[in-house]
Design a protein around this ligand. Structure first.
Ligand code: GN1
Ligand code: MG
Length: 372
């Protein structure tokens, strides 16, 4: 398990990103599974708030390249919006990388820890679960807008900073490797359910990668982590105004993003629930998200893309369940956990969600046909 840094020494680190304004307050922020995140308020009042993060370098082995990607992407979107502004009154905020006094986009402390700061987007908030259909539609519109804004950023301008990330067959390989190196299999009914679940669906893992290999789905710039609480909403208008957490932007398939957004937003109990047996995929929310998305994605989505939407939705719940279950089997080495069976509980939630998606397959397929 990863230890949380104490708050006091953090003030000195925060100062690197705010050399002129004193640090007023610093508090843990959000509930990320990989990095450590803090919200910092400075004496420069509202403009002075920023998000300070310690990048988990066990996961992101080349954090400098994560920052390079973030700057490539945010520069692109800012230029695009300057040349081709959104309609008047439409608010869209691009996360701002804050530099140190020396002009660096990160700071490495004496322990070798990698820190960076991003401007906090004021007058906005995130939600851990969807509130209503309008919220769902806005969520989809935000992802569609994000994909549209980066649709002219050639994916090879971005570095793949996390090998195998959102390549489902590679997660299956890691899973097989972990099973092979374990002396024995876990014995609980829950673990057995997971083993069986994965075993029954091995063929599913390659669905998107095969389509990519056959040239049916093109490599594009993807977000990598468009889950429900990575979309920010304007507090007053309730419109979606930003997608944050740009650590995982990379060349990939937009289908992984669409599937990830739906698997995360259409589960009203949330991915941390203990009541895994009650988890369901809410198809009406899915419909609203897709309507919002498709209204923004007309310029780049092809017929082939539509053909793989159902598979993507089903796959991403399976994929995340597989990732959590593998980490449980490996001894919780990747995702932060609060207790030893935390990743097993998370895996069960995702597998139940995948099961619920499968049970609603005919409805979902009809819906996707109607949305074309
Ligand atoms: C991780 O750390 P966080 O919460 O932003 C993970 C995502 C998962 C997500 C599930 C780099 O994201 O892929 O979907 O947990 N990020 C990485 O909550 O593995
Ligand atoms: Mg993330």
């Amino acid at each position: 398990m990863i230890s949380e840094p104490a708050l006091d020494p953090l003030v000195a680190i925060a100062r690197q990103f705010s050399p002129r304004a004193a640090i007023d307050r610093l508090q843990p922020f959000g509930n990320g599974n990989i990095n450590d995140t803090f919200l910092v308020a400075t004496a420069a009042e509202r403009e002075g708030r920023f998000v300070l993060q310690r990048i988990n370098t066990q996961v992101f082995r080349q954090p400098q390249l994560v920052m390079q990607n973030m700057r490539t992407l945010t520069d692109h979107v800012r230029n695009r919006l300057a040349c081709d502004p959104l309609s008047p009154g439409c608010r869209w905020q691009v996360p701002k990388v804050i530099l140190t006094e020396e002009g660096q986009d990160h700071w490495i402390d004496e322990q070798g820890q990698f820190w960076r700061a991003i401007g906090f987007i004021e007058d906005s908030k995130t939600f851990d679960t969807i509130q209503d259909l309008d919220h769902a539609q806005e969520m989809g519109a935000a992802l569609g807008r994000f994909h549209d804004l980066v649709s002219d950023l050639p994916p090879d301008r971005l570095v793949d900073t996390l090998e195998g990330f959102h390549i489902t067959p590679s997660y299956l390989q890691v899973y097989d490797g972990v099973l092979a190196t374990r002396g024995s299999l876990p014995q609980s009914p829950e673990a057995n359910y997971c083993l069986q679940f994965v075993g029954d669906r091995r063929a599913l893992a390659t669905v998107l990668e095969n389509a990519k290999a056959k040239g049916k789905l093109p490599l594009r710039t993807m977000h990598g982590d468009p889950k429900v609480n990575n979309v920010m909403f304007d507090t007053a208008t309730r419109a979606a105004i930003s997608i944050i957490d740009l650590d995982t932007v990379k060349p990939g398939l937009v289908h992984y993003d669409i599937g990830d957004c739906l698997r995360s937003a259409c589960n009203l109990l949330g991915e941390e629930t203990e009541q895994w047996e009650s988890v369901q995929f809410e198809t009406d929310l899915g419909e609203a998200i897709l309507r919002g998305y498709l209204a923004q994605s007309g310029s780049f989505l092809t017929e082939n893309d539509y053909d793989y939407l159902y598979d993507a939705i089903r796959l991403l719940a399976f994929e995340l369940g597989l990732r959590f279950f593998t980490d449980y089997l490996a001894g919780n080495v990747y995702f932060k956990v609060k207790h030893p069976t935390h990743n097993l509980a998370r895996a069960l939630v995702q597998f139940k969600l995948a099961e619920s998606i499968e049970l609603q397959a005919p409805t979902l397929r009809t819906l996707l046909q109607d949305l074309r």
